[in-house]
Design a protein around this ligand. Structure first.
Ligand code: AMP
Length: 439
């Protein structure tokens, strides 16, 4: 199948040629005809599948065939980085049209956004800031006739679904709506039922899977040695553009410092960084001015950077689905890439759930030349049953992890001194913040 078969407006055909896209990706092949025929679409697709263009092309096609002024398309996304990328896709696909995209995201001055929205026909927004604008009556969404809810599962993870629901109610009732999500949990289904009318469902063949071009390896290594281990990996010289995921903002900062001390060009991306810092880090990474970008899950969601050679899971993700999102940052658009996971013994259970999800078991490797701590090297293949002591330790760590995520006080953080008491209190306060604030 070729893009010509869609019979898109000629100016879109020109843009696709200019982008050098020869053939639609599977999600585009299925979604574009349905959307052009006026159906609502429920798409199960992950980033990297080409889903942005799958909704941007029909949106522009519809606008080109039904000229009208004002704000006509709205794309809701969970993160600021993804907003910038979707807007860029609109600009690229719409370069031979008069339609413009505006971006509305938090963390930057609200006032210039009002002006930008007045001049735009398509708005790409994160939910919180868009609600702020509506409360201030900067503009209205009544004229919006094309609505896209992108990465709905991540909207749920970040606690945005109530905001999304409020926003849907503000959009023209006679609209066309598409919802995309990598996974369909009950909450996403509920919002899909609320937003979509008689939707056509589109599943790409392997929605929970990992792109074919990604080779995945597991390196068992003790927690305390992970930074040294990563440094040793980087020494190989093969890792040209590396995205490293840590579980927390604190660990991201600490690791970035360690790498910088060793003269690596490194950037950090997490929600405590200002929008300006995040943009600078992303741009430098994109231009390959920095070799390593250390990020937390939510900040890195949807990052579309060409030629990321390696994704490193410095910490194994607590949510198995996050593994798919993380490794999907490499091997974009049918490319190749490597995903390396550093696994402490305490993370073995998490790896099992991930292997279950991606339906394969990762090859376990030892790194030649690395001095593993202790008497025994890292367990390459586990043959012995873990001792009762090790199991108890693993359970304790998992409990502590879970407690920390849920913001619960756990016995291992127990307030033995005032400093620890304060930190337990702070964690409880964290619970009240949405996930985005933690990551
Ligand atoms: P997305 O899943 O929308 O984030 O897209 C992932 C990447 O695929 C982006 O860099 C797009 O520019 C690229 N892409 C989208 N459609 C195609 C296509 N038909 N052929 C080649 N690359 C594409």
């Amino acid at each position: 199948m070729s893009f010509d078969d869609f019979k898109l407006h000629p100016s879109l055909g020109r843009a696709i040629k200019a982008l050098n896209f020869e053939q639609p990706t599977p999600i585009q092949e299925k979604t574009i005809p349905l959307a052009m025929a006026g159906h609502d679409v429920l798409g199960c697709a992950q980033t990297g599948s080409g889903k942005t263009l799958a909704f941007v092309l029909p949106m522009l096609h519809h606008m080109l065939n039904n000229h009208r002024n004002g704000l006509r398309g709205l794309v809701l996304v969970p993160t600021r980085e993804l907003a910038a990328q979707v807007a860029e896709t609109v600009r690229e696909a719409g370069r031979f049209t008069r339609y413009k995209a505006a971006v509305v995201i938090g963390g930057v001055n609200i006032n210039p956004q009002k002006k930008a929205v007045t001049a735009a026909q398509i708005l790409v927004a994160t939910p919180g800031r868009l609600l702020d604008h509506l409360r201030q009556r900067s503009f209205r969404l009544r004229q919006v006739e094309q609505l896209v809810i992108d990465e709905a599962d991540r909207m749920f993870d970040m606690g945005f679904l109530p905001d999304v629901r409020a926003l849907i109610l503000q959009v023209n009732h006679a609209r066309q709506t598409h919802l995309f999500s990598a996974t369909l949990n009950p909450e996403v289904r509920r919002i899909a039922d609320f937003a979509l009318r008689d939707p056509r469902r589109v599943d790409i063949p392997n929605p929970g899977g990992v792109a074919e071009g990604i080779s995945m390896t597991l390196y068992p290594v003790r927690q305390k040695q992970k930074a040294d281990f990563l440094l040793q990996l980087l020494k190989s010289g093969r890792m040209r553009s590396v995205l490293v995921f840590t579980r927390t903002k604190h660990r991201a900062n600490k690791l970035a410092q360690d790498l910088a001390k060793n003269k690596y060009r490194v950037g950090v991306l997490h929600s405590n960084r200002s929008q300006n810092q995040r943009t600078i880090a992303m741009d430098a990474f994109r231009r390959k001015e920095i070799q390593v970008l250390v990020a937390t899950d939510i900040a890195a969601r949807g990052i579309d950077v060409e030629k990321i050679s390696h994704v490193v899971n410095f910490d194994v993700p607590l949510v198995p689905g996050d593994y798919i999102h993380r490794v999907g940052r490499t091997a974009r658009a049918r490319g190749v890439g490597e995903a390396l996971t550093l696994m402490d013994q305490s993370e073995e259970k998490l790896i099992k759930s991930i292997e279950c999800l991606v339906k394969c078991s990762f090859p376990r490797r030892k790194l030649d030349g690395f001095k593993y701590a202790g008497n025994s090297p890292a367990p390459v293949v586990k043959t012995n049953r873990p001792t009762a002591q090790a199991l108890a330790r693993q359970r304790r760590i998992l409990r502590a992890d879970r407690g920390e995520r849920a913001g619960k006080k756990n016995p291992h953080d127990a307030a033995k001194n005032p400093w620890q008491r304060r930190s337990a209190k702070r964690r409880r306060a964290e619970k009240r913040k949405p996930a985005g604030d933690r990551l």
